[in-house]
Every structure is written in structure tokens, then in C-alpha cells.
Design a protein around this ligand. Structure first.
Ligand SMILES: [Zn+2]
Length: 341
């Protein structure tokens, strides 16, 4: 079944001070997420370019302050898991350590300290770093699901890279969550995927991939079985989705799948770096075996500010009205991103 991509183009007029107050018409778009129907706003800034951002002063400052994830102190200051989750105290895979979150967002909340390195510049992020961190996060999720399947029914893996993303600690880490209830967004995502399947007997995500493949405007390419595309209704700048078809839960995802997801994410991150998008949020979304309309997918969105180290790219639209917006058309991003795939 082919997916409908619906948008409404608004025309606004004003008397333009840049051209002697002549009447000018500018366009913006309201796009509807093809799964949830939620609005995203696109008001394309012409000739928009982000300034190159240098994190050095911030990183130096963070080294002067205390970092709980640096190897000298990690064992002393981070909590350990109870024995039913990890008899060894903390889950370790190579250079990666999983610890409980002192300030949990849900019943089960852990942090994957991705490396012993305090700061990993964006150009040094590689697939190996991501795969071992995802693997460690999955390991934790599989352990809590084994001891408390009902209390850890809904899970997610999340990555806030550098401060614009909301990450408060420079030292690279993932936020892993599991709880009885899904997040607001996960609830919509899973319910809408289920509804789509009930109505059409098709999987939305497969239909999305096929529709994007056919129209080509936002389709980027494949890494193994993972299909990558720019989101039609973006959650923010440079919103890219990597769909892993036929996988629904944390138990379906193999190490090869993690590698294919990581390789694709690295391509997007490489593009972000070239485009001076110096910070991002990324995540893996999962559902459960019975959610036949769902597919495991990765999503990554760029974060920025126009005024280095102050200001925010979140405003009344996202916070007060739940409306995401972006200033670059997804089709423009896709055109620039395609060569990376
Ligand atoms: Zn550190």
C-alpha cells in the first residue's frame, strides 16, 4: 500500500523592509506525519548555513569539573545494580560500562558509558563505538525484561550528543529506559502502527520504505537490511530514520543488525559534521512481538543554536504546543545526504 504524504503550503504576505517595503509573499509548510497525523512545521530559511562550532572551551571547562564517568572515579561514584540484574555490579563490555541512573526517569533506567574517553569529537564517532554501546544497552534491557517482563514492557535507547541536545555530561553516554508504560510518543507510534496493520494487513514501516523508494525524494539508501530516509514530517533539523524491517522487539535484533544501524548512523553523523550540525539526539525504538505493524527503527535529529553556547533551538512551538519545526526542507537534506550512502 502506498503512503500518502500530505502537506499544506501557507502563503504569508508582508511589506518587506529589505526591498523598500514592497509586497512580498513567503511560504511555509504544515506537514502531517504519515503515521500519526501529527503536524510538523517547515519554514525554510533561504541560504541557511550554520556556523562552525568549536566545543574546545566547553570541553576544557568540563575537564576542570567533576565527571562521574571518567575511569579514575567511575567505580567509586557510580551506583551498582542489585544482584538480580547484575551480580557483577556493573555490566561491562570492552570499553563500555552500564550503570544505574542515580536520577531515574522510569522504573528501570541506566546509563551506558560508551567509552573511557571523556570527549569523543564528532568526527571520531565510529560504528564500533555505537555497536558496543547498543549491545550493552540491549544486554541491560534483556536482563530487566527477564526478571520483570511486565514492569519493563516498554523500552528505549537514547543518545544526547553534546550540550545542545540536552545532554548535561560531555562524557559520551546513552540513556536506557524500561517501564510499564510507553512514553507519549511511543504510545502513539505503536498504536498507530497497530491500527495501520489492523486496517490494511500491511506493515506501515515496510510501506513507508517502499513508498519512499518509489518517489526517491527522501530515500537515502541501505546498510544491510536497514533502509534510511529523511522524515517527511521532521521532528527537527536533519531528521533521518533507519528502518529495520521484520524486527519488532529487543529480542529480534542481532549484532549484525546493530552494526548495520550503527554504520548508517555514522553516515548521517558524518553529514552533520560537514554541515556544522554539532550536536544531536538519536534513539532506537522498539515495540513487542505482538505489535505486528511495527518495525524497529533508529532516528537521529540534529540540534543547534544560532548563538553559540547560549540560546536554544526549542521554543514555544515544541514546548507549549508540541509542534516540531525545522528550517531546512527534508528533500534538501536528502539531496545532500545521498552521497554519504
Ligand atoms: Zn569523563
Amino acid at each position: 500500500m502506498s503512503i500518502q504524504f500530505v502537506k499544506r503550503v501557507n502563503q504569508s504576505t508582508y511589506l518587506d523592509p529589505a526591498s523598500d517595503f514592497a509586497l512580498k509573499t513567503v511560504e511555509s509548510e504544515i506537514r502531517y506525519d504519515p503515521l500519526t497525523g501529527r503536524i510538523s512545521r517547515v519554514f525554510p530559511f533561504r541560504k541557511f548555513a550554520l556556523p562552525k562550532h568549536d566545543w574546545t572551551p566547553f570541553v576544557e571547562q568540563s575537564k576542570q569539573r567533576f565527571c562521574p564517568f571518567c575511569p579514575e572515579v567511575l567505580e567509586k561514584v557510580t551506583p551498582k545494580f542489585p544482584a538480580d540484574i547484575a551480580p557483577e555490579g556493573r555490566i561491562k563490555i570492552g570499553d563500555v560500562t552500564v550503570v544505574p541512573n542515580l536520577n531515574p526517569y522510569d522504573k528501570y533506567a541506566s546509563l551506558v558509558v560508551m567509552s573511557s574517553r571523556h570527549y569523543i569529537p564528532i568526527e571520531e564517532i565510529d560504528a564500533k563505538l555505537i555497536v558496543s554501546s547498543f549491545r550493552a544497552g540491549l544486554d541491560y534491557l534483556q536482563r530487566v525484561t527477564a526478571i520483570d517482563p511486565d514492569g519493563s514492557r516498554y523500552v528505549s535507547m537514547n543518545w544526547n550528543y553534546m550540550p545542545y541536545s540536552g545532554g548535561s555530561i560531555i562524557h559520551p553516554h546513552l540513556q536506557i529506559l524500561a517501564g510499564k508504560e510507553p512514553s507519549n510518543y511511543d504510545k502513539e507510534l505503536i498504536a498507530a502502527s497497530d491500527d495501520y496493520f489492523a486496517a490494511s494487513k500491511n506493515n506501515f514501516w515496510l510501506d513507508l520504505v517502499n513508498s519512499e523508494l518509489k518517489n526517491g525524494e527522501r530515500y537515502l539508501g541501505q546498510t544491510g537490511p536497514v533502509h534510511w530516509l529523511c522524515a517527511f514530517a521532521p521532528r527537527h533539523i536533519g531528521d533521518v530514520i533507519g528502518v529495520l524491517p521484520d524486527k519488532r522487539s529487543i529480542f529480534d535484533v542481532s549484532d549484525d543488525d546493530l552494526n548495520d544501524l550503527a554504520v548508517g548512523l555514522c553516515k548521517v553523523i558524518g553529514y552533520y559534521n560537514q554541515s556544522n550540525i554539532s550536536s544531536f539526539n538519536a534513539g532506537l525504538y522498539f515495540a513487542n512481538t505482538e505489535n505486528r505493524g511495527f518495525a524497529v527503527h533508529a532516528r537521529i535529529v540534529g540540534r543547534f543554536t544560532l548563538f553559540p553556547l547560549v540560546g536554544s533551538d526549542f521554543c514555544h512551538m515544541q514546548i507549549m504546543h508540541d509542534d516540531p519545526w525545522t528550517i531546512i526542507l527534508p528533500e534538501v537534506i536528502a539531496e545532500e545526504l545521498k552521497p554519504y550512502f
